[in-house]
Design a protein around this ligand. Structure first.
Ligand code: CMP
Length: 146
């Protein structure tokens, strides 16, 4: 069986293109930014989260006031989920996507270009190597990762 994460040395991260960006037709543009920045796509699927999926994926936020809205948002339409490979993947990808709130995101970042607001912020990026493994494993089986 292939391993989803070859090592724990920080060469892979997990992302989702969220329902807002999919609805607006930004899948192609966002994937181009990602590959143009040197990330290799090693797993990818077009799918829709169930309520249970979203509640599990975002369990860390369940006490937050925005949790209900977050689950509604993330389940309202399809997403693109992917595992990306590059040296220093987690940190470099977070730099590429920009701050959670697009108003605070740097010029040229994916969220600055494509996100509407702090809730509907176009893309997800893992915040640590450990979470990248958890999140990638949540979405992909070993034979879906290359
Ligand atoms: P992300 O960082 O990918 O994962 C947690 C998500 O919760 C975040 O993106 C936003 O979609 C959402 N979120 C974070 N902060 C807020 C907030 N203050 N209000 C509403 N939604 C938020």
């Amino acid at each position: 069986m292939r391993k989803i994460f070859k090592t724990m040395t920080g060469n892979r991260t997990f992302t989702m293109i969220k329902p807002d960006a999919v609805e607006k037709g930004y899948i192609g543009a966002i994937l181009e930014k990602i590959t143009g920045a040197g990330f290799k796509i090693v797993a990818m699927k077009y799918t829709q989260l169930s309520r249970r999926d979203a509640e599990t994926f975002y369990a860390i936020h369940k006490e937050r006031p925005f949790f209900g809205d977050l689950v509604e948002f993330m389940t309202r339409g399809p997403i693109v989920a992917a595992i990306l490979e590059k040296d220093n993947a987690v940190e470099d990808f977070r730099a590429l996507i920009g701050a959670t709130n697009p108003e605070q995101a740097a010029e040229g970042t994916i969220r600055k270009l494509y996100a509407a607001n702090v809730a509907e912020n176009a893309v997800h990026g893992s915040d640590s190597d450990a979470n990248a493994v958890i999140e990638g494993t949540f979405h992909f089986s070993g034979r879906e990762v290359f």
